[in-house]
Design a protein around this ligand. Sequence first.
Ligand code: PSU
Ligand code: MN
Length: 303
Amino acid sequence: MNLFTLSPDVAAAQAAGQPVVALESTIITHGMPYPQNVEVAKKVEATVRAEGAVPATIAVLDGVLHIGLTDAQLEALATAKDVMKVSRADMPVCMAAGRTGATTVAATMIAAHLAGIGVFATGGIGGVHQGAEESFDISADLLELAATPVTVVAAGAKAILDIPKTLEVLETNGVPVIAYGQDAFPAFWSADSGLPAPLRLDTAEEIAAAQKMRAKMGLPGGQLIGNPIPAEDEIPAETLAPIIAQANAEATAQGVSGKGVTPFLLGRILELTDGNSLTANIALVLNNARLASKIAAALVKTA
Ligand code: PSU
Ligand code: MN
């Protein structure tokens, strides 16, 4: 039995040596409301195509790991009930049980690597949550970056996380954290987190070359690219700080834990900003899709 199913588009692109960009699906089911989630997912795919690459949105549908979804499958996933949020731990269970699940950054990296896709675009990664010294809430995304050789393009990390601790865990685990075109590590809605990124690269070609060097050296793991949100789409950190503090306080007060924390915080921030956070969120995901497409092109060119 095959471990995964390639969409016809993705299979053709791979056979022809064309660039492919992996895309996650938890952002669709647990990160944004319907119907904006489907619209954004389609826009991201169109953006990748406009850049000359082929999008491979990844999800588990009725136990089958799909690399590349049709519009009908995307719609079905976005409207399905009881969709699992699938990270590394959940993926084999979801598949073996024949269930439907949306893949997180960690699970999407695993799937992309299985399918031979070297780069993946998302919005923000999971990380070390505020209060982790009590809750021990550290996303499996960070350890996946240390283990699985896929370059992940994100707009940094949301301020719902403890960004300094997130950077420390990445450093401990030997994950290259590379800011694109600037010195600062970006903070999702803001281009500058106020913290320097450990590494900086200015072109997609350099990013692809670094990933190839890592593989050549036999080092496991991928790279995290911090791609800053375009200036015109930024939301000032001061505007969001009280909202994030309120969302975090509510999560603690209501005893939200485990896999529920990130979806709860994302949902509350959306409500508390009357959806304004979503506009910026969409802009940065599209921006990440463009950079990931360029990295994908550089990866196949020098293969
Ligand atoms: N952070 C965001 N947006 C997201 C997520 C994180 O700003 O959509 C999603 C991603 O799929 C990420 C997952 O992999 O949440 C992390 O969940 P957790 O914190 O439970 O590991
Ligand atoms: Mn967690």
